[in-house]
Design a protein. Structure first.
Length: 282
């Protein structure tokens, strides 16, 4: 496989990356239960050195920084300068969090330096994930864990399935992508993920199915609008040059569908994820 992640760098540095920054607060609120689950498993503690892969706008990195003080240090690495600009601005006063631009598949990490590596939904985008896992593992101390989350299938995740359906019914199908191509659902098959981790030389591999409730803020109107700016509906709208009228129609369909997920606490959308753990030898 190719070791070139240029396409991902361009994607996350251009319009989609800027959209992610614009919607950061809503996305962070939506994904907060996933971050909590990952950090509970990774258990960063005071004094640890932590690597945060595909750190994006720094939400996970800054949460880790709080947990590892005093004495700890966290390095957030991402391929997108657009996302990192936001991360650096947010973490300007956080002395134990540092950010660097790099492709974690090939980045020259300090060897055997970290007590744990984590990633919230960032491992599925590598051109050669086994190579990426090997490179990330090289930065870990002997016996140190790697903990990350990935999505299961679209069919199990209304967060993806509902916007995709609404946009597809209005504008037509998106261009097909090869199975396991870099993207949100590349790791939906737990056997495949486990094989990649083992191929990279990692031990004690576990790919556990976990179910959480996403917590997008606001009303169905707000969540429908968010879903046409980020995610599968946004991708179809962009590809098909959807008009303002198209977007309004898609949002209407989304509002109707999201009514099924309204609770007294707000919109709650079930999410099916993989909670992946492995360990370096030693």
């Amino acid at each position: 496989m190719s070791d070139d992640n240029t396409d991902q760098a361009e994607y996350w540095t251009s319009g989609p990356g800027r959209k992610w920054v614009e919607q950061r607060e809503a996305l962070d609120a939506t994904l907060a239960p996933v971050l909590d689950l990952m950090l509970e498993r990774a258990a960063p503690a005071p004094g640890m050195r932590v690597l945060d892969v595909a750190c994006g706008t720094g939400t996970s990195t800054l949460a880790i920084a709080e947990r590892i003080a005093p004495g700890g240090r966290v390095l957030g690495v991402d391929i997108s300068e657009t996302l990192l600009e936001e991360a650096r601005a947010r973490g300007d006063a956080v002395t134990n969090a540092h950010f660097t631009r790099g492709d974690a598949q090939i980045h020259p990490f300090e060897l055997a330096a970290h007590d744990v590596a984590v990633s919230r939904f960032g491992m599925m985008f590598f051109a050669d994930p086994a190579q990426a896992f090997r490179n990330i593992a090289s930065s870990l101390k002997p016996g140190a864990p790697l903990v990350f989350t990935a999505w299961r299938s679209v069919a199990e995740n209304p967060w993806f399935a509902i916007p995709a359906k609404a946009a597809r019914e209005r504008l037509g199908d998106a261009s097909p992508t090869p199975p396991r191509a870099p993207g949100p659902m590349a790791f939906e098959d737990e056997t495949y993920v486990a094989e990649l981790l083992q191929k990279a030389g990692l031990q004690d591999v576990e790919v556990a199915r976990a179910d959480v409730a996403l917590t997008p803020p606001g009303t169905a109107v707000d969540v429908a609008a968010l879903s046409t700016r980020i995610g599968p509906a946004a991708s179809i709208i962009r590809e098909k040059n959807g008009s303002a009228e198209d977007i309004a129609a898609i949002q209407k369909a989304l509002r109707d569908a999201l009514a099924n997920f309204e609770t007294p606490e707000g919109i709650r959308i079930p999410a099916a994820i993989q909670l992946c753990t492995a360990r370096t030898a030693g």
